[in-house]
Design a protein around this ligand. Structure first.
Ligand code: UDX
Length: 428
């Protein structure tokens, strides 16, 4: 099938490439000319494990252009996969989605199915339909379908090819079935429902995952006060199938371009319907506090923070990505810089992005250089390469052997045996 995907970010490029890998002819559209030129040369705008090879492998079925009109030519299905970033009040900014819907309306060249892949507020499918209606007066049929993405950055290709479920929301069954046909080769559960339920499934799923994280972080904070170990507590909780082991890693809080944005957007949606979402408010509150906890721990370990030499391990919002959006590390580093700390930071992949937004930080070549001559080493992203560092070498190079492990990647006993003062999150 000929398919068009608008947006070549973390969602759009993965979706377009994977759909091409399923045998479809895909044209990916982006307004950014530089991005499109680079993509034609197999230079990707994002880091996602395995994506570069997948794009290369599908180059016969993948095209890139800045023109929606060109991308839509002959395409039966058009995926909208552009950003819906949060406004200052948390509401989703729909500018890009609306612009794309308008361009689609002006570029119709036959029957189309328009698929909302971006996370859009409840009712957005209807709005996209009305925008197309305003801009297209021809006879071709168009249906708007919601097909929310459930990709995790760093494992996006795996998540696309092995989905727990594909959700398709539509008014017309035949439109839903046409979209379902694209995912049929994945041999997975395909749920067809109405537009608004599909849009809500996405928000409810992400908000629940964020709730799990804030829940275990709250339990971690109580564990610290009662002398329990949250890693053990979480592991044993997870044996209960009703709870499940995943998303129970206590840490410095959740970041990324999804959880903070989606929970805030759902809070806004609820409030716009005169409902105050108490649990979701608490999820955001706990997460905000958790980020501050890291600074308090550094202060507790050093006595003071002002002007101290601090080493930071990890800047990306999670491992296996270069994405620093809403990363905890950004908050922690900015607060330390405001206190005049001398900061050295290392991240295996995210430093080019970090350099664009962080000042008063020395970026170094590896974890050992980040630790050298510092008074406290802070783990903010659980990259695997930080798990097996030579602790003897680290200790010998530090001015003060202090570790604040904000992602609980170390065993407290092992680290203490190496002569470090150690604090994790909810560890004892
Ligand atoms: C998330 C959802 O998982 C995915 O289904 C959706 O499509 C997009 O949003 P993503 O934001 O890429 O994916 O990353 P995820 O792995 O979910 O982690 C989000 C944040 O939660 C990260 O900052 C991570 O460090 C944090 N996290 C995750 C925890 O603090 N503890 C956990 O147990 C899991």
């Amino acid at each position: 099938m000929k398919i068009c995907v608008v947006g070549t970010g973390y969602v759009g490029l993965v979706t377009g490439t994977c759909i091409a890998d399923l045998g479809n002819d895909v044209t990916c559209v982006d307004v950014d000319e530089k991005k499109v030129e680079n993509l034609k040369k197999n230079i990707l705008p994002i880091y996602e494990p395995g994506l570069e090879e997948l794009v290369k492998r599908n180059k016969k079925r993948l095209n890139f252009t800045t023109s929606i009109k060109e991308g839509m030519k002959g395409a039966e299905v058009i995926f909208i996969a552009v950003g819906t970033p949060p406004k200052h009040n948390g509401e989703a900014d729909l500018t890009f989605v609306k612009e794309v819907a308008k361009s689609i309306g002006k570029s119709m060249d036959g029957d189309k199915i328009i698929v909302d892949k971006s996370t859009v507020p409840i009712g957005m499918g209807d709005l996209v339909e009305s925008i197309i209606e305003d801009n297209y007066k021809g006879k071709s049929r168009y249906d708007v379908v919601s097909c929310p993405e459930f990709l995790r950055e760093g494992s996006a290709i795996h998540d696309f090819m092995n989905p727990d479920r594909v959700v398709i929301g539509a008014k017309k069954k035949d439109a839903a079935e046409k979209v379902a046909g694209i995912f049929a080769p994945l041999k997975c559960k395909i749920v067809i429902t109405d537009l608004r339920s599909a849009e809500m499934i996405k928000y409810a799923s992400n908000s629940f995952l964020a709730t799990k994280i804030s829940f275990i972080n709250e339990i971690a904070n109580i564990c610290e006060r009662v002398g329990a170990d949250v890693s053990t507590v979480a592991e044993v909780m997870g044996f209960d199938k009703r709870i499940g082991a995943q998303f129970l890693n206590a840490g410095a809080g959740f970041g990324g371009s999804c959880f903070p944005k989606d929970v805030a957007a759902l809070i806004n949606i609820a409030r716009s319907e005169d409902y105050e979402p108490l649990i979701l408010n608490a999820v955001m509150e706990v997460n905000k506090m958790q980020k501050k906890l890291v600074l308090n721990k550094i202060k507790r370990m050093l006595g003071t923070v002002e002007g101290r030499a601090i080493g930071i391990l990890g800047i990306a919002f999670k491992p296996n990505t270069d994405d620093i959006r809403e990363a905890v590390a950004l908050d922690v580093i900015k607060s330390l810089a405001e206190k005049g700390c001398r900061i050295k930071a290392f991240d295996p992949v995210a430093m080019p992005n970090a350099k664009k937004v962080l000042k008063n930080v020395t970026f170094v070549k590896d974890a050992y250089e980040a630790a050298e001559k510092t008074e406290c080493l802070v783990v903010l992203t659980e990259w695997n390469e930080f798990r097996e560092l030579d602790l003897k070498k680290i200790k010998a190079s530090m001015k003060k052997p202090v570790i604040v492990d904000a992602r609980n990647i170390y065993d407290p006993e092992t680290v203490k045996k190496h002569g470090f003062e150690y604090t994790g999150i909810g560890r004892n």
